[in-house]
Write a protein of this length. Sequence first.
Length: 295
Amino acid sequence: MKNVGFIGLGNMGGPMAINLIKAGFSVSVFDLVPTSVERLTAAGAQAAATAEEAVQNVDVVISMLPASKHVESLYLGEAGLLAKIAPGTLIIDSSTIAPESTRKVADAAKARGLSMIDAPVSGGVAGAQGGTLTFIVGGSDTALVQARPLLEAMGKNIFHAGDAGAGQVAKICNNMLLSVLMSGTAEALQLGVDNGLDPSVLSEIMRKSSGGNWALEVYNPYPGVMENAPSSRDYEGGFLVDLMIKDLGLAMASALATGTATPMGSLARSLYVAHGDNGFGQVDFSSIQKLFQRD
């Protein structure tokens, strides 16, 4: 399992592929954006002219793509990669997509003698860069055993949620909660600032009190409070608002399918849609702070 084909080199996929190279894997890469490929070749990857070329003579194929339609288009159909990948190859899809899309691709892969796991990630760009991601896996025990050395090269936590699609279900539950806590944190910080408090002082008070949460610990949404957070670099990089809206759409679709009440998730989605409509779709999701600012 030393030869890897990696497809999708965005804010998350690029650093993940670099960590595989650092761990000694031979990595062939493809992305529709040439500069993304160039960054990886500078780090020691082999550039592939097409996705099909990237999966030739490899033991593992890893994909990190934006949405269900991209994953299905990549793998399925006569022109899809499943028809090009050698039997026995392991597929790891780390995209966050609809569970039913994952199951559709996994069933098609199994029919062609290919093992597949869905392994969406948590931890953001910083986690991808630092190799500290959390992988939430759906698939067989056997496939996870095969995948584990690669996942360990890119992350520090690996959870097996269940069969195919289970990783996606757990991931969209996590991201729904993340949207709620980030919105609530931004709202509380703005209330304090509007009443004359220093956001850094208030953040520390809440971090050490019952309102403490992940955003306050490592991803503060208020500018200038946390040096390495996207909020302190004008919300550039990180996890895009448009992607959060996409993930919340997946959560709402799952809730509708199961009849689950998600009033807070629904409200968070409405807030993020409004924020995206205000022109913030391509910046980090912690920029929801701006939705609460008077100016």
